[in-house]
Design a protein around this ligand. Structure first.
Ligand code: MG
Length: 255
C-alpha cells in the first residue's frame, strides 16, 4: 500500500529530514584525507542523538552502524571501519534518521582531495539525474517517469545505472511502497499523488551495472570494480510539485 501523508505527517518527516541534512552538513567538511569512516559514523550518531532522534540504519536488519560509507567501487551499504580516506577517493555517505516515529533518508557522494575529471563528471551527472528524477515527482506523473528521467540523464552522460538497488516510499517506516527503480520505460507503474513521500536515490557507475556483495554480507560493489556514486533525497509530493525534505546546504558539489 502506498501511503498518502497529511500535511502534519509531512511536517514530521521534514523535521527528521532537517536533522538528517544538518548531520550531512557536519560530515561534509570532515570527509577529508586521513579521517576513518568509523570516525565519521561516530560523529553522525552523536549529533543525531543529541537532537533527540535515532540513526535509522543502526540495527536495521542487523546493520552495525549509523551511516553507510561506500568508497570508490563500493556502491551502497558499506560498513564504517578503521579505513582512512585517501586523496582521490570517492566517498558515498548514506544516512537515515528517525524522529518521533517518522523517517527520512538521504545520501551524497564527495570527492576526497583531488579527484579525476571522469569522477567529477560522474558526480555531476548523478546529481543532475537525482534532480531530474525529483522534477517528475508531481501529481499526474507516474513512478516510472522518475525512473526514466534518471536513466535518460545517466545515459546522456555515458554512465550506467545500478539496477539491483532502488528507491522507495518512506514515512512511518524506512522502506515503504512503492519501489522506485532508476531505469525503465516512462508512463508505467502507480500514478503519483499528492501526499506521497518518496526516497529517490540514483546510483550511477562508470562501467557495467552488475553488482556483487562482499563477504561482510553488506557492502555492495560494482562487479567490474569501476567507480560508483550515489545521491538521495526524501521528497514529498505536493500540489505545487516536489518538496525536498532533506535539503542540505553545500557551497560546491565538487568541494
Ligand atoms: Mg534509501
Amino acid at each position: 500500500m502506498i501511503h498518502l501523508r497529511s500535511q502534519k505527517e509531512i511536517t514530521a518527516i521534514e523535521y527528521a529530514g532537517r536533522i538528517l541534512a544538518q548531520t550531512l552538513e557536519r560530515l561534509i567538511p570532515l570527509a577529508k584525507e586521513g579521517i576513518s569512516t568509523k570516525e565519521l559514523d561516530a560523529e553522525a550518531e552523536e549529533f543525531i542523538r543529541k537532537k533527540g532522534a535515532k540513526p535509522a540504519f543502526k540495527g536495521y536488519r542487523g546493520f552495525p552502524a549509523s551511516v553507510c560509507t561506500s568508497i570508490n567501487e563500493e556502491i551502497v551499504h558499506g560498513i564504517p571501519s578503521e579505513r582512512r580516506l585517501k586523496n582521490g577517493d570517492l566517498i558515498s555517505i548514506d544516512l537515515g534518521v528517525e524522529k518521533d516515529g517518522f523517517f527520512a533518508d538521504a545520501a551524497l557522494t564527495l570527492g576526497v582531495g583531488k579527484i579525476g575529471k571522469a569522477a567529477q563528471n560522474l558526480i555531476k551527472i548523478a546529481w543532475l539525474s537525482l534532480l531530474n528524477g525529483i522534477a517528475k515527482a508531481r501529481p499526474g506523473e507516474r513512478i516510472s517517469d522518475i525512473s526514466h528521467s534518471i536513466e535518460q540523464t545517466a545515459h546522456k552522460g555515458n554512465f550506467s545505472v545500478i539496477r539491483e538497488y532502488v528507491g522507495h516510499g518512506i514515512g512511518t517506516n524506512l522502506h515503504e511502497e512503492p519501489p522506485i527503480p532508476n531505469y525503465g520505460e516512462p508512463n508505467k507503474g502507480p500514478r503519483i499523488k499528492k501526499g506521497m513521500v518518496l526516497a529517490i536515490e540514483p546510483m550511477l557507475c562508470m562501467g557495467s551495472w552488475k553488482t556483487e556483495v562482499l563477504k561482510d554480507g553488506w557492502t555492495v560493489t560494482t562487479k567490474d570494480k569501476k567507480l560508483s556514486v550515489h545521491f538521495e533525497h526524501t521528497v514529498a509530493v505536493t500540489d505545487d510539485g516536489p518538496r525536498i525534505l532533506t535539503l542540505w546546504k553545500k557551497k560546491n558539489l565538487l568541494q
